[in-house]
Design a protein around this ligand. Structure first.
Ligand code: FE2
Length: 325
């Protein structure tokens, strides 16, 4: 009863196999982001070249054949249209050929659900932090079961902010882990801090940090940028924790790979007798296993998906997804 999941919303083409909630395989190939940033058509070309090899390697790693696949999931959105279509077409072709059902999966939901699944928490508050988005969410049952967004960025995702800063600081690769390396040993400089209730913004902080690069040591700027951005996220998450009276927090999405963010959230959770969990990095980075996990939940819940919904959606909010489990 294995389920194959295919992820292709941005720079990663991933394939993973899940059976009864256990991850049997998780493989991927990545488009290398150029200095000008991500070029959607080139990322999609790279995914097209890698798709068959990545899917085959997921099958091999899982130790199964195509006949063992009983359902397929793919990332419907949110993401980059060019990239999403490669995953959708790969999944549709396989689903038609094998005669198994196909499930469109919301990318943010998959990040949250795999973190929740691995944490063992039943009903945690989730901080979803990625390139494209930053949100604080929790599952609610009214009017129907879905993830409610308690707080979110008013402009760009924290990952996008860190990537932009990394490009301005000429770091290679230009993403958050390079900023974290540069920040080691840095000293704090005051930067703009913008939290409104449980929402936040990052563009003012980014503009200030980029300007400061010409006047301060890059390590001090990187350190201060990280401390400020993560403190904003921790403050908003703390407010949501107290408001919703939840006992557990999970962090998920690409930026949840940050050790500094995890340590801030863990310390904050401990102050409120709450537990904190972040999934291993392979599940916070974009991956196919998380898509397979949600597709398996949809299959087990007997969700019927009309053909017209087997599309891609570049903007696809997680709070628009009804949960059937
Ligand atoms: Fe992601």
């Amino acid at each position: 009863m294995a389920v194959l999941g295919i992820e292709s919303s941005a720079h990663t083409f991933g394939a993973g196999v899940v059976e009864n909630g256990a991850v049997l395989s998780n493989t991927k190939a990545m488009y290398r982001i150029e200095s000008a940033g991500m070029i959607p058509s080139r990322a999609a070309d790279t995914h097209s070249r890698n798709a068959a090899r990545v899917v085959r390697s997921a099958m091999k790693q899982a130790g199964i054949g195509f006949d063992d696949i009983t359902a397929i999931g793919y990332t419907k959105g949110p993401g980059i249209g060019h990239c999403l279509r490669v995953g959708m077409l790969t999944a549709k072709t396989l689903s038609n050929t094998l005669g198994v059902p196909l499930y469109p999966v919301n990318h943010a939901l998959a990040h949250i659900e795999i973190a929740r699944h691995l944490s063992g928490f039943r009903d945690p508050l989730a901080l979803y932090v990625s390139g494209g988005n930053s949100q604080i969410l929790g599952m609610v049952s009214e009017p129907s079961r879905h993830y409610n967004v308690y707080g979110e960025t008013f402009d760009i995702g924290v990952g996008n902010m860190l990537d932009n800063f990394a490009r301005a600081a000429r770091l290679n690769p230009a993403w958050g882990s390079s900023v974290a390396r540069l920040a080691a040993g840095g000293h704090y400089i005051h930067m703009p801090y913008t939290v409104k209730g449980m929402d936040f913004t990052f563009t003012g902080l980014l503009t200030c940090a980029v300007k400061m690069l010409s006047e301060h040591k890059p390590s001090d700027v990187a350190f201060s940028l990280q401390e400020t951005a993560f403190a904003m996220l921790a403050e908003a998450t703390e407010r949501a924790l107290l408001l919703t009276r939840r006992r557990n927090i999970v962090a998920c999405g690409g930026v949840a790979q940050s050790g500094r963010l995890a340590s801030m959230l863990r310390a904050m959770a401990a102050q409120h007798d709450s537990k904190f969990f972040a999934a291993p990095n392979e599940y916070n980075a974009d991956n196919g296993a998380m898509i397979a996990l949600v597709a398996e939940k949809m299959r087990n819940a007997h969700v019927r998906v009309p053909e017209r919904e087997l599309t891609v959606m570049q903007k696809f909010r997680v709070d628009a997804v009804r949960l059937w489990w």
